[in-house]
Design a protein around this ligand. Structure first.
Ligand SMILES: [Zn+2]
Length: 380
């Protein structure tokens, strides 16, 4: 465990239990605030990341984010919008045991201003969205909107049956305040349905895509349950548990959760040991390469974070290959890695392609290049 000595402490209290006994347990240096591809001449700031674990409760969290950092992180989320299919799958899972579950209910979605889940709920339900920005399409789908930071916004409605937070809780600078507010807005039988990335699984399968500025809190099933219990919620059902955790909670926890610090330390050490293992194997593989350019498949956030976890690659990887026209012509790593279309692989003399997942080999569809399969390295 790194001690705080030598590192500027920028988190005075644990976000879950308010204890000041928090320690830096892992760090990432010079990581980009904005992880999506940028147009030529646009740059993002690089800042260190410190991962803290609370000694009193075990909560895993990053340093405090100031307003400037937050606005840089979210300057354009257009590359990260969910598709309709993902929302349907979520609705199917949520209503598997009760097709009428959302009939005649009053629901609030926190986030969702760009692409709301509420549009899939029955006409008999009353729908409200709270988000920083709510686009016109969403406004037409719901009964009303609250614009602004959920924690600070004046929410003039209450007595909700459901509050949804899909990929929102991990982004709050103050998740405890958000949960306290949600608790006040629910009626006595009200439920809160939360989806967050599953750090428990990602630490093993995608260790390069787990620690970044956007995810202020890191949740495993244990740590999510602990935070919710601390705020008086008890688990009704774990609806999905794979790369995400989708969990339904209701009011009524009576006890304080146990400290899960050993669990948190274990998962953080899985991330760090996976990164070290992959670094060693990648150095051996890349140093053997004598001919042809090296590319990475994918011009999005996963590639960006992968490259910053293995920074020696930023000098060795010449291109990112992506078939998304919105990304081609932009670049990763502050202009250093241009994004090109797969049909240029031969012309650009690309002989080696790093793929982050097995399935990407099929997307590239070129059997003349040498694939460096990162998923296989993590699993080895
Ligand atoms: Zn704590």
């Amino acid at each position: 465990m790194l001690k705080n000595g030598g590192i500027e402490v920028s988190l005075p209290n644990c976000r879950a239990c308010k204890s000041s006994s928090i320690e830096v347990c892992s760090a990432r240096y010079k990581f980009p605030l904005y992880i999506w591809p940028l147009p030529e001449m646009k740059r993002t700031i690089l800042k260190d990341i410190h991962v803290y674990i609370c000694s009193d409760c075990g909560y895993m969290q990053l340093q405090n984010m100031d307003d400037e950092t937050i606005s840089e992180i979210y300057r354009d989320e257009a590359f990260n919008v969910e598709n309709r299919q993902e929302k349907y799958e979520r609705l199917t899972l949520l209503t598997a045991d009760d097709k009428q579950k959302f009939e005649k209910t009053k629901a609030l979605e926190v986030g969702g201003g760009r692409n709301t889940f509420l549009g899939l709920l029955p006409d008999s339900s009353e729908k409200w969205v709270a988000d920083f920005n709510v686009d016109k399409i969403v406004q037409a789908e719901v009964d009303g909107v609250f614009i602004g930071d959920f924690v600070e916004a004046e929410i003039t409605e209450s007595d909700f049956d459901y509050i949804f937070m899909f990929h929102v809780l991990e982004h709050f600078n103050d998740p405890s305040m958000a949960l306290k507010k949600a608790k006040r807005l629910l009626n006595s039988e009200g439920k809160i349905i939360i989806e967050v990335p599953n750090f428990g699984l990602e630490s093993e399968l995608r260790p390069h895509y787990t620690i970044f500025h956007m995810h202020i809190s890191l949740f495993t099933q244990t740590s999510l349950m602990s935070l919710m219990m601390r705020h008086g919620f008890r688990c009704v059902d774990v609806i999905k548990k794979d790369e995400v955790l989708l969990v339904e909670f209701r009011l009524g926890a009576s006890a304080l959760p146990p400290n899960h610090i050993m669990h948190s330390l274990e998962h953080l050490s899985i991330v760090d040991s996976n990164i070290r293992k992959c670094l060693s194997k990648l150095k051996t593989l890349i140093n053997k390469i004598e001919n042809g350019a090296i590319a990475i498949f994918g011009g999005g956030g996963a590639s960006t974070l992968f490259l910053y976890n293995y920074p020696f690659l930023i000098d060795r990887v010449s291109f990112a290959v992506d078939s998304d026209n919105g990304k081609i012509g932009r670049s990763l790593c502050n202009g250093r890695i241009p994004i090109v279309s797969p049909d240029r692989i031969t012309n650009l003399n690309i002989k080696h392609i790093i793929v982050l997942e097995d399935s990407h080999i099929g997307y590239v569809g070129n059997d003349e290049v040498n694939y460096i399969n990162i998923g296989a390295i993590y699993e080895s």
